[in-house]
Design a protein around this ligand. Structure first.
Ligand code: HSE
Length: 440
């Protein structure tokens, strides 16, 4: 049978990985797919670079629309990124009756509802395994492997840049700014790392996972997003002393009344496997009612790991493209007519436990004042750690750090408590508050 024809829009890191892996493993991939898969056309603004990657025999153009307009192309792979031109091209490809593979998490997290509806109406597939956690087949696992389960929660290290920075901060006891500069020098962090360090990239991925886990529309605008820029080396050290590691987690939970969807630095017990995921690696834990806890670990970025996911999608489409559209795996795991309107809860309704670090005057009654406020609001304390003043702020210091771990409480209640505690004259600096998850 004639190989399925693929057109790439963009041939940078992931595109060249896709081209090379497809070529290298062509024989096995064909045996799996039941038919050859061939990249026959590539669009890239840098035609010279594209030509250098693909050699002769592949048509290279600088106009993505020429790929979409080519009637020979069955699948369009969008590797441009962002919500601008990429959105227009994906919608045009769908309108032209092409199946689409994309690694674009930002596009799907923000415009997924529109894109999936367009694909559904046209009877084409939009596949996006590479959009979440790179080479880890987490979309496949959530959408198919765990389909028997009522998913209870998903928690993941889904941004390699920030996990690398946090690992370095812990290993070397350095502050965020210092490690970020080093990560940029080594090429681990982008020149503009905003989306990574502010948690936006992780929130895009968590949004996609929440939609698939619970059968709700993608709702990036409802996600709570907090990055790692405010995290101090002291908090990583204190967390360690209390038996925890700090990770930037993307979390989505099914709770009474709705769904939690949040990204923030999180204390995780050091004994959990996910707490020991270091460097730029990714990992996702999924809790299902039947299967219990499952863990997926691997490279979340990079040329060939991401290509691995892109090609898995190409194989899926090749196997399924002649199937009746109604018998294909739905984009968001649940049949489009069966999506739920379960609300994404505001952050004030989220229930979790907390790590608090307070710089306080080292004198009688301070701890009692603080615990009094917590008790007054019904917030239960799990552990308290107080350092020697000399150790914290130098010999003869009259200040010290008070670290408090709480039991579960509503975020809104914690906000009220923190406002009252911050107003105490004996609290001398802004309070550090980091959420804590036991992931049991
Ligand atoms: N910037 C992302 C990361 C790359 O650091 O994980 C993959 O989405």
């Amino acid at each position: 049978m004639k190989p399925i024809q693929v057109g790439l829009l963009g041939i940078g890191t992931v595109g060249s990985g896709t081209f090379n892996v497809l070529k290298r493993n062509q024989e096995e991939i064909t045996r799996r797919a039941g038919r050859g898969i061939q990249i026959t056309m590539v669009a890239d603004l840098d035609v010279e670079r594209a030509r250098a990657v693909v050699g002769e025999g592949v048509q290279v153009v600088n106009d993505a629309r020429a790929v979409i307009a080519n009637p020979e192309i069955d699948i369009v792979v969008e590797l441009i990124g962002g919500y601008g031109i990429a959105k227009a091209l994906v919608l045009e490809a769908i309108a032209a009756g092409k199946h689409v593979v994309t690694a674009n998490k930002a596009l799907l997290a923000v415009h997924g509802t529109e894109i999936f509806a367009a694909a559904q109406a046209k009877g084409v597939m939009v596949a996006f395994e590479a959009a979440v956690a790179g080479g880890i087949p987490i979309i496949k696992a959530l959408r198919e492997g765990l389909t028997a389960n009522r998913i209870q929660w998903v928690a993941g290290i889904i941004n390699g840049t920030t996990n690398f920075i946090l690992s370095e901060m812990r290993d070397k006891g350095l502050d965020f700014d210092v490690v970020l500069k080093e990560a940029q020098r080594l090429g681990y962090a982008e020149a503009d790392p905003t989306f990574d360090i502010e948690g936006v990239d992780a929130a895009h991925k968590a949004t996609i996972m929440s939609a698939i886990a619970y059968g709700i529309p993608v709702q990036f605008d409802k996600a709570y997003v907090e990055g790692i820029t405010q995290l101090g080396a002291a908090d990583i050290k204190y967390a360690e002393q209390l038996g925890y590691r700090i990770k930037l987690l993307g979390i989505t939970k099914r709770v009474e009344g709705g769904v939690e969807l949040r990204v923030h630095p999180t204390l995780v017990p050091a004994k959990r496997l996910i707490a020991n995921v270091e460097g730029a690696m990714n990992a996702v834990v999924v809790q299902g009612d039947a299967v219990g806890t499952t863990l997926y670990y691997g490279k979340g970025a990079g040329s060939e790991p991401t290509a691995s996911a892109v090609i898995a999608d190409l194989v899926d489409i090749t196997r399924l493209h002649t199937a009746d559209p109604l018998n294909r795996v739905p984009h968001l795991a649940f049949q489009p007519s069966e999506l739920s309107d379960l609300p994404v809860l505001p952050m004030s309704e989220v229930v979790t436990s907390y790590y608090l670090r307070l710089r306080v005057a080292d004198k009688a009654g301070v701890l009692a004042q603080v615990t009094g406020i917590l008790a007054g609001l019904g917030i239960s304390i799990d552990a308290v750690l107080q350092r020697e003043a000399d150790e914290v702020a130098g010999e003869g210091s009259t200040q010290t750090d008070l670290i408090i771990l709480t039991h579960d409480t509503r975020e809104g209640t914690m906000n009220d408590a923190l406002a009252q505690i911050q107003a105490l004259p004996t609290v001398l600096a802004p309070i550090a508050r980091i959420r804590k998850e036991e992931l049991a």
